[in-house]
Structures are given as structure tokens and as C-alpha cells.
Write a protein that binds this ligand. Structure first.
Ligand code: NI
Ligand code: MN
Length: 228
């Protein structure tokens, strides 16, 4: 399995049989190496409804006939746009053919902004996503502030790889993300959601260096981690 970072919160997971993408914000993402028209995805996993996470979901899902897995209200909204959706909610898990997904809580907002009509559509609660595939568990925290139940998530799951936001302003900053990494007990932690916009400018290497030896791993855009 190959897990790659593509800027902001975009993560792809290529398994033996499936191509998955988390939060495919590509158009307007100043950092990404992806082009929406080139993305192949059997499955799109969404943490919440903000535009910098839903991103190019509609275009990618229509072209690939992807399954979109999202918190319920966001899934309903995207279902009305004609997508093939699987709604879930916090605390719930489901075994799919590509792997197991469980949603965790995240302390944040969740709404889709329709720019043209200046309308905000609330899309329920935001989530984090635990994905277990080929014997490994990946945690994509979504957008969140620090919360102490991360200790519980760490106790109940053996997380091989965690993607944690460090951008500050909208999510945890590096100091809180350091505590999150400790509480989640992830074997590897990759910082995300930084330096896409001036207000979330951060030094990912300083964050990775602040974690105990070998835990912090900065993935450059397009770089991946391989699990055998
Ligand atoms: Ni957000
Ligand atoms: Mn965000």
C-alpha cells in the first residue's frame, strides 16, 4: 500500500485493488501536484463539508463513478448532486470491500459555501477518519482543535500513520498537534493543513523535529510512504 501527500489535507491511498483519496481539494490548492482531471479514485473519503476539503469531489466522483464516504449530512448533500454516497456518522464503523472506516469526532465546523449564491449549507458535524486497510490503520484527523479524547482514540486503536493539522488559526497549531501526536500514540505522524494560505504558514520540519525520534515525518508534496 502506498500513502501519498498532495498538499493541504489531500492524501491518497493506493492499495492492491483500490485507489482512495481523502479531502480532494485540488482547484485553488496552491501546493498540490494533482490535476483534478487526472485523479483516479474508486473511493473519496471526506472529513467535513468545508470547501478546502470537499474540493473537486463532484468532478472526480462523476468521472470515476467513485463511492463518496462522508458524515451523513454532507453525504446527503452530495447525493443530491448526483453522487454515489455512503453516509456514516461519528462513532460508527463500516467494513467496505476496500477496507474498514470508522469516524471519530473532530472539534471544528462543517458547512459548504456555495460561492455563486453566497449561501452556506450546513453539513452536520465534522469528523476524523480511521481507515484500516491491509492490516494498517491510518488516521486522518480532518480539521480539529486538540481534544483529550484523542487519548481514547490512541488507546483503542493501533495507529500506524496519523495525518494531523498543524496550520493553527482554523485547527491545531504545532504545539497542540505535538500533544495530539503523543495522545494518539501513532507510530508515524505527518503534518498537514499548513502553508496553503498565508494565515496557516508553518514550518513542518520544526514540528516533526519536536516529536520523539522517528515519529514525525514531513512528506513533501507528491511524496509517499510505502507499507509492505
Ligand atoms: Ni475545515
Ligand atoms: Mn480546512
Amino acid at each position: 500500500m502506498k500513502v501519498a501527500y498532495h498538499g493541504h489535507s489531500v492524501v491518497t491511498v493506493d492499495t492492491r485493488d483500490h485507489q482512495l483519496i481523502f479531502d480532494p481539494f485540488i482547484t485553488g490548492n496552491s501546493l498540490t501536484d494533482l490535476k483534478p482531471e487526472d485523479v483516479k479514485a474508486d473511493v473519496i473519503l471526506l472529513t467535513h463539508g468545508h470547501n478546502d476539503h470537499v474540493g473537486d469531489t463532484i468532478e472526480i466522483a462523476k468521472r470515476n463513478n467513485s463511492l463518496v464516504v462522508a458524515p451523513n449530512e454532507l453525504a446527503v448533500y452530495l447525493g443530491w448532486k448526483g453522487l454515489n454516497v455512503h453516509p456514516m456518522h461519528i462513532g460508527g464503523s463500516h467494513q467496505f470491500d476496500f477496507g474498514k472506516v470508522k469516524l471519530t469526532q473532530a472539534f471544528h465546523g462543517s458547512a459548504y459555501t456555495e460561492e455563486d449564491s453566497q449561501k452556506i449549507v450546513y453539513t452536520g458535524m465534522p469528523a476524523g477518519i480511521l481507515l484500516t486497510v491491509e492490516g494498517r490503520t491510518i488516521f486522518h484527523a480532518g480539521d480539529t482543535g486538540l481534544f483529550s479524547d484523542m487519548k481514547l482514540i490512541g488507546e483503542l486503536n493501533h495507529i500506524d500513520l496519523a495525518f494531523l493539522p498543524i496550520g493553527d488559526n482554523f485547527t491545531m497549531g504545532p504545539e497542540d498537534a505535538k500533544l495530539a501526536a503523543e495522545w494518539l500514540r501513532a507510530k508515524q505522524v505527518v503534518p498537514v493543513h499548513y502553508s496553503t494560505f498565508p494565515v496557516i504558514e508553518q514550518d513542518p520540519h520544526a514540528f516533526a523535529d519536536s516529536l520523539p525520534g522517528g515519529v514525525g515525518k514531513v512528506l513533501e508534496v507528491g511524496e509517499s510512504i510505502e507499507f509492505k
